[in-house]
Design a protein around this ligand. Structure first.
Ligand SMILES: Nc1ncnc2c1ncn2[C@@H]1O[C@H](COP(=O)(O)OP(=O)(O)OP(=O)(O)O)[C@@H](O)[C@H]1O
Length: 324
């Protein structure tokens, strides 16, 4: 850590009249796992496209590993590896052939290319599948092969755009495990985008982005303590008590039909409630702030609901048809 791996200064981007990044400035220290968290349509992919030199910003500038993405795109590309949201593997080729092609594009010498292909396939535990055609791979294996490919030319920075979308929980865990190892072993900077809150808990820095703007940035712990809300989960003894508590706390949220979550930011209110209802509560439990509650308190909306709804809408509109 110490030096900055990525420096983004007042980057803006628009599609037609639609502003999708609005003066975004960010620094990502080298060796960190930096997570960009936001609902679909927040602008995450657009930002990654700019950082990986695939799209020019409409304003501002960005540097990756010291190289300006507009002025020195070739140099920038050499220091980054990218795993896109949609698969870009050739499934008629074997794992080895896909990597070989990538190595050739990057001008890697034959000896180094061979050595690195073997190394990265081992790293993602696909060594036994080296000469199998990608068509026969599961979704998780393809993702791992894409990560291997992104690492082949030994980049300093890895961009992963929604790397675990569509994968089951076990495969997701597997992938996070590799990424953790990689950072330890190579001091790699990893920038991931996601709309899964549970995936950013282990990130060093989480940056919440919504509507093309940075809303907040910090370690998960800092964000929770600065913006999270503490709740008191109550199970009243009977429906009458539940109704009284609910009327006393209009902000209370129902948890099923028999329990309530009451905002617990004000100690005196909590004390008064517990004193008054002490004998009429079956269960009382504090719920510490979560990143979900951070997102809610900063944006006024649930990340999960919006993300899934928007994804369905995008799919229906066929925005991401075909492979990239
Ligand atoms: N090629 C395009 N043409 C027009 N609008 C686009 C294009 N690509 C993205 N957009 C719009 O720009 C906004 C930001 O999209 P972007 O893909 O960067 O968001 P995101 O946070 O990565 O979400 P997702 O996870 O769905 O990719 C969205 O409103 C999207 O509809």
């Amino acid at each position: 850590m110490g030096e900055e791996a990525i420096i983004i200064s007042e980057v803006s981007a628009a599609y037609g009249s639609k502003q999708v990044l609005d003066c975004v400035s960010l620094n990502v220290p080298a060796g960190t796992h930096f997570a960009l968290l936001g609902p679909n349509g927040a602008g995450k992919t657009t930002l990654v496209s700019i950082l990986s030199t695939l799209r020019r910003p409409d304003g501002g500038s960005a540097r990756v590993a010291g190289a300006d993405v507009v002025k020195s795109p070739t140099e920038a590309r050499r220091s980054i590896g990218v795993v896109f949201q949609d698969s870009s593997l050739d499934d008629r080729l074997t794992a080895w052939e896909n990597l070989e092609f990538h190595g050739l594009v990057y001008g890697m010498a034959p000896k180094r290319r061979r050595m690195m292909i073997e190394q990265v396939l081992e790293l993602v535990e696909l060594g036994d599948w080296t000469h199998e055609v990608v068509r026969s791979f599961s979704g998780g294996m393809r993702r791992r092969l894409e990560i291997a490919r992104a690492l082949l030319h030994e980049p300093k920075i890895l961009f992963l755009d929604e790397p675990t979308v569509g994968l089951d929980a076990q495969t997701r865990q597997h992938i996070w495990h590799y990424l953790g190892r990689l950072r330890q072993e190579r001091n790699l900077t990893v920038l991931t985008t996601t709309h899964y809150i549970e995936e950013v808990e282990d990130a060093d820095i989480v940056c919440i982005i919504d509507g093309g703007k940075i809303i907040a940035e910090g370690s998960p712990q800092t964000l929770k303590s600065q913006h999270g809300k503490r709740w008191l989960h109550l199970t009243p003894r009977d429906a009458e008590t539940l109704a009284i508590v609910q009327s006393r706390f209009p902000e209370a949220q129902a948890l099923g039909s028999a329990a309530l979550a009451v905002p617990a930011d004000k100690d005196d209110q909590v004390d008064a409630l517990l004193t008054e209802f002490r004998d009429r509560l079956l269960e009382v439990r504090f719920q510490q702030p979560t990143l979900e509650s951070v997102f809610l308190s900063l944006t006024g909306k649930e990340l999960r609901d919006r993300a899934d709804g928007q994804r369905d809408a995008d799919k229906a509109a066929g925005r991401r048809g075909g492979r990239r």
